[in-house]
Design a protein around this ligand. Structure first.
Ligand code: SAM
Length: 352
């Protein structure tokens, strides 16, 4: 499993003394569903960093996450001279730092709190940032909520998509999806027209907008629009790229996207619910009716047998699988976590 450092209680400052201000938080290391915890000892590094561009580390401490833990208290004592600085609390591990340095997605995804000012009783908002390195030294910086919303945090398949995109734009790597790779990497001067459905926080579309010139429309239900906009606001699209968002409920028609033509549709971790799968297929069919050449890239992490229902509906549609593959997700093997996690990938196109 991929694991995510999370704040169960966001950082807050205690009363300031003349010499120091104590900052505390409660963290956990869980899966994307939050249904299980990291199952062996792990040293969590807590760093208070300047929230402005400098990113300077102002103070740090270590916390031991013990086998069987469900929560860990994080505590830092910083010099009172730092009062008034705008900071973020960054929780990470040594291996996570090394993975980022080699442009890899880590097995334990680190977390940055929202910015807060060092002063008595200050508390960070229930929002956190994830940062994933992309090819070419750019970084996908994605805000998500600390709560349990489905739409407002990132899912494992999206990490698989970023691993795939990074490998696509790395010419030294082979690829199991050559047609998709060709579309993504040929003719970089062309603006690729991309629609993402069920985009959630928008991580996949945003990463693509940073990797190549593209015109991306992120879509989801109303519930996800605010977080998507926050992420569009702090994205760094490549020159010539654009990012927009809009509401698109599956199976409800394409409204003003009716006449839009897309080269690529992205679908990451959206097939988990058999009831909505049939609606999703309807939307994908409508999109391919407008452009029979459109490629539909579906990435998902298999969670239960009902995932197959999406494929059964797709089989009955005009769309057929033209490529498929798997992407290994990062993983730390433990006694309780022996299965190597992966993202399954499918590329569909309208039947000839
Ligand atoms: C598991 S999340 C995946 C989010 C994101 N693609 C990722 O991989 O991190 C599934 C997304 O599908 C969206 N979704 C579910 N049912 C939907 C529907 N009927 N119409 C539009 N979006 C829907 C949810 O709001 C959510 O953002």
């Amino acid at each position: 499993m991929v694991h995510y450092l999370r704040f169960l209680r966001t950082p807050q400052a205690a009363d300031a003394s003349k010499k120091s201000i104590d900052i505390s938080a409660v963290a956990a290391v869980t899966t994307d569903l939050g249904d299980s915890f990291f199952s062996q000892d792990l040293t969590i590094i807590a760093r208070l960093v300047d929230a402005t561009k400098s990113g300077e580390i102002l103070c740090s401490s270590e916390v031991l996450w013990k086998t069987g833990s469900r929560a860990a208290k994080v505590a830092l004592s910083c010099n009172a001279k730092l009062a008034g600085r705008l900071v973020q609390l960054h929780l990470t591990t040594r291996d996570t730092i090394s993975a980022h340095a080699s442009c890899e997605v880590p097995a334990v995804i680190d977390v940055w709190s929202s910015p807060f000012t060092i002063k008595s009783k200050a508390k960070a908002q229930p929002l956190v940032e994830r940062r994933i390195q992309l090819q070419g030294k750019s970084q996908a910086r994605i805000w998500e909520e600390t709560g349990d919303s489905i739409a407002r945090h990132i899912w494992d398949a999206s990490l698989g998509c970023l691993i795939y995109l990074n490998s696509c734009f790395d010419t030294s790597k082979d690829d199991s999806l050559p047609l998709l790779r060709k579309l993504l990497t040929d003719d970089k001067a062309k603006r690729l027209r991309v629609l993402e459905v069920g985009a959630g926080c928008g991580i996949v579309g945003i990463a693509l907008s940073q990797l190549r010139k593209s015109e991306i429309v992120l879509t989801d239900l109303e519930d996800a629009q605010d977080i998507m906009q926050s992420n569009i606001d702090c994205a760094a699209p490549a020159s010539g790229s654009s990012l927009k968002r809009q509401v698109l409920g599956w199976g409800t028609g394409l409204s003003d996207l009716e006449n839009a033509k897309f080269d690529l549709v992205l679908v990451s971790d959206c097939i988990y619910n058999p009831d909505s799968s049939v609606l999703l297929v309807e939307t994908l069919k409508e999109l391919s009716n407008h452009n029979s050449n459109v490629l539909v890239f579906v990435a998902f992490k298999r969670r239960h047998d009902a995932d197959d229902i999406f494929f059964q509906h797709m089989q009955k549609s005009e769309l057929r699988v033209i490529e498929k593959g798997t992407i290994k997700l990062p993983h730390i093997m433990t006694d309780y976590d022996i299965d190597e996690p992966q993202t399954e990938t499918f590329v569909f196109r309208a039947r000839d």
